[in-house]
Design a protein around this ligand. Structure first.
Ligand code: 13P
Ligand code: SF4
Length: 341
């Protein structure tokens, strides 16, 4: 960073002092490809304050791959896809978990670690999939198809998980469905992920009409338009996208699956058909790869910001609390998933 005589005070109100600049210089190096230098004095004081407070409170920040780079790379302690976050929430020794992600992820963390304080920096960080189904809907589906076990995507409320036999994520959905040994399963609530699973297995999949508002906006024509000028480009798509979009992809997988693909195969040019911040986070680590970015933002993930994370750490609010009876049944469905290796 450029040297300065008097510390500039960004609009945040937290001053960008020499101490802050020095303490965060190594972190800025990690994100310099995706965060312009002029923006760093706004983020750095929060990054510094959060990292100090975290240590004082024995807190960890779990950060989903869709967090913005200053959160993902600079304050996230444990980062990953929904499956990895669930595993890490179950294993962490910290007293406090701050979920830099959406509400269902914080609920999953609380179910797996009921003795810990779990906070989410903005309780309004929801999910269109979680909104698409209620516990009563699950009971209705069970009555209609009594022979079929219920597989529920983790992108659901604790009440919905509590009505389910087992959970899944985008990383393990087909494996979970096949682990049950059933001829047919009820798959809730993502229709597109369900159709993708159906294309990978002989098990009959009974669908629900839920969708991710971010991924369902992609179209096959849009992907072809992105690819046309290049020809040679690896297209990686999240299975929450519609089937015709997935048909344009070289690889379909969870956010962590896409990151692994880029790291292992190192394509010269890549198109990530998923939420915007993911491309920034991966691009920050791969200076030699060109990223072509269709940008669909998740408005729920974007509610999580550095100032809100700092406030959550200072106040240990808003806390995630779940009715103990619901939590116990929901936990069982998540643990059933984690037991499938
Ligand atoms: P994964 O990180 O599990 O692939 O999920 C993507 C997602 O949409 C989470 O909200
Ligand atoms: Fe939900 Fe889609 Fe946002 Fe993920 S990206 S939190 S599935 S709305």
């Amino acid at each position: 960073m450029t040297p300065f005589d008097s510390p500039p005070v960004p609009p945040s109100g937290l001053p960008y002092t020499k101490e802050v600049a020095d303490a965060t210089a190594a972190l800025y190096k990690k994100v310099e490809r995706v965060i312009p230098e002029i923006e760093w004095p706004v983020h750095a004081p929060y990054v510094h304050a959060i990292n100090r407070l975290k240590a004082e409170k024995n807190a960890v920040i779990l950060a989903h791959n869709y967090m913005t780079p200053e959160i993902f790379h600079c304050v996230g302690d444990l980062v990953g896809d929904s499956l990895a976050l669930a595993r890490m929430a179950a294993e962490t020794e910290a007293d406090v978990i701050v979920m830099a992600g959406v509400h269902f992820m914080a609920e999953t963390a609380k179910m797996l670690s009921p003795e810990k304080t779990v906070v989410i920096p903005d309780v309004r960080a929801g999910c269109s999939l979680a909104e698409s189904i209620t516990a009563e809907d699950v009971r209705l589906m069970r009555r209609r198809y009594p022979d079929a076990p219920v597989v529920t995507y983790v992108n659901t409320s604790a009440e919905v998980k509590a009505e389910s036999d087992i959970c899944c994520t985008s990383a393990n959905a087909t494996k979970i469905v096949e682990s049950l040994g059933a001829k047919r399963v009820i798959f809730l609530p993502d229709e597109h992920l369900g159709r993708h699973v159906a294309s990978q297995t002989d098990v009959e999949i009974i669908l629900w009409r839920g969708a991710c508002e971010v991924h369902e906006r992609f179209t096959a024509e849009q992907i072809r338009d992105y690819v046309k000028p290049f020809g040679d480009i690896a297209v990686l798509a999240h299975p929450e996208c519609p089937q015709d979009v997935l048909a344009e992809a070289n690889y379909v997988g969870s956010t962590a699956g896409m990151i692994d693909y880029v790291g292992n195969r190192k394509p010269g040019r890549v198109l990530l058909v998923t939420e915007c911040s993911m491309s920034d986070n991966v691009a920050a680590e791969h200076p030699d790869i060109e990223f072509v970015r269709p940008c669909n933002l998740c408005p729920h993930m974007k509610r999580i910001t550095l100032p809100k994370i700092l406030t959550a750490l200072q106040t240990l609010e808003p806390r995630v609390e779940i009715d103990p009876a619901v939590a116990a049944r929901g936990r069982q469905a998540v643990e059933n998933m984690l037991a499938v290796r």
